[in-house]
Write a protein that binds this ligand. Structure first.
Ligand code: GAP
Length: 442
């Protein structure tokens, strides 16, 4: 993890938030390449769950919602973690359910070994106030999950999207949780982005849709390059289930700190729609004209974290190799996720090469994210592109000036071939589109 954090800082992917003031604990800012990478993760998700399906629609609900939403959803009463405080030297606070008992079967402070106080339930929702008056009536919450924005819009979508169960609503957006023990870089933060689907189905079909979504979501990660032996499904035990869930399985990834949740896939039953029907007085049931039955749909919820997925893609892509006696650090990101697809590099800064390279770069950036780099030795520039995960490098050299061919270098195989300058755009597009399609075409 330290290597990933260092690379993220060195290459401008991710910075500590408010760093010049000493940083704000466990909050991070995305720099240029980090923004591009996370955007690619999110658009790969949109592509798979919206563009490539005809049973899903998109939504972008507000972060701020009516406070009654959180009462009805059970978050006000139940979205809590058990908090214990060290009574010894360090006075640190811990999540009681994350602590391992010592050899005597007792829970002690992991920092200083001190005794721990009584556990108390701590609500994870951030509060704020709406309007000029700060009282109970103006108290609202920053959403701790994007899901509720989908449930409260169920009727709107049903009416206007011309869909009927089984169908789903997908949303990407920020969520906030006042986590007791955030950490592991962007794995657990207090402000993060979720990519959530609420998929509405006839109740009897819920178990089979749950199974299908587990398979579909696992395949999404492997299609985008994560090694399948670094992923597995783990079913929640009865004591772990959220207050709304009949069954949940997590897709876990082998992060540097061990197997940890990447995405949760829950059968949320009809808990939320029923709760909001009751609290709002709106009927959120569905009448099926074919069977002439009215029912409240069950919900299958694949819920992923955009930041956590970005971290997993980086961890899985990170590699250190020895090439010609020198160490090379490389992010072997799937081309679809790579922040920059092609770097155009003049071999030297003279003899007309920079001008020719810049002209080619301007053409290629119309087709895909491209970068022009003329600073430093060619080896140094390749290493920089390897570290940000650029899959292809195009070099303008002496031969280019004679016969209008360029060198095309592949990040992973390090193969170099010569391609005519007039064909390089098509060749890169072919590779990029081919890479998008190849996992599905086998
Ligand atoms: N609507 C269901 C829900 O929110 P969750 O398991 O609490 O379920 C879903 O969260 C996903 O959101 C997690 O699998 C994780 O990827 C991401 N996530 C949750 N808490 C997070 C945090 N504090 N920091 C970063 N990502 C988080």
């Amino acid at each position: 993890m330290e290597k990933i954090v260092a690379l993220c800082k060195r290459r401008g992917f991710i910075f500590q938030s408010s760093e010049i003031y000493g940083g704000l604990a466990s909050t991070y800012d995305y720099g240029h390449y980090g923004v591009l990478l996370k955007n690619n993760v999110k658009s790969a998700w949109w592509r798979t769950v919206i563009q490539e399906r005809d049973d899903m629609v998109a939504l972008d609900a507000a972060i701020l919602m009516h406070p009654k939403v959180w009462e009805a959803s059970g978050h006000l009463a139940g979205f809590t973690d058990p908090l214990v405080q060290c009574l010894g030297k360090c006075k640190r606070r811990w999540r009681a359910d994350h602590l391992e008992p010592d050899e005597n079967g007792q829970l002690r402070c992991p920092e200083c070994g001190g005794e721990l106080g009584e556990a108390r339930e701590f609500n994870l929702m951030f509060e704020t106030f709406m309007g000029p008056v700060r009282d109970d009536a103006s108290r609202i919450f920053l959403r701790p999950e994007t899901a509720q924005g989908i449930f409260v819009n169920f009727k709107n979508v049903l009416q206007f999207a011309r869909k009927k169960p089984p169908f789903g609503i997908a949303q990407i957006g920020k969520a906030f949780r006042n986590e007791i023990t955030p950490g592991n870089f962007i794995f657990r933060t207090r402000e993060f982005e979720q990519m959530e689907i609420e998929f509405f189905v006839p109740p009897a079909d819920a178990p089979q849709w749950h199974q299908r979504w587990m398979e579909d979501r696992l395949r999404w990660y492997t299609d985008l390059g994560i090694r399948s032996d670094h992923l597995h499904l783990r079913e929640h035990g009865p004591d772990e289930l959220s207050h709304y869930s009949a069954a949940t399985s997590d897709i876990e990834y082998l992060f540097p700190m061990g197997w940890s949740e990447l995405e949760g896939i829950a059968n949320r039953t009809d808990f939320d729609l029923k709760a909001h029907s009751k609290a709002s007085g709106e009927d959120l049931s569905y009448f099926d004209p074919q069977t002439e039955q009215r029912y409240v749909p069950y919900v299958i919820e694949p819920s992923a974290g955009a930041d956590r997925a970005t971290l997993a893609f980086m961890v899985d892509a990170y590699d250190e190799e020895e090439v010609a006696g020198r160490k090379r650090t490389v992010l072997k990101l799937h081309p679809r996720l790579a922040p920059v697809k092609v770097a155009v590099l003049p071999l030297v800064s003279r003899d007309g090469m920079p001008e020719k390279a810049r002209a080619l770069y301007k053409e290629l950036r119309e087709l895909m994210p491209a970068e022009f780099d003329e600073g430093g030795s060619i080896g140094k520039r390749y290493r920089r592109q390897d570290e940000i995960g650029t899959p292809w490098g195009v070099t303008i050299d002496g031969q280019t000036m004679e016969d209008d061919t360029v060198t095309l270098r592949d990040r992973d195989s390090l193969d170099q071939i010569r391609v005519s300058i007039s064909e390089i755009g098509d060749e890169l597009l072919k590779r990029l589109v081919g890479d998008w399609r190849s996992p599905k075409l086998g």
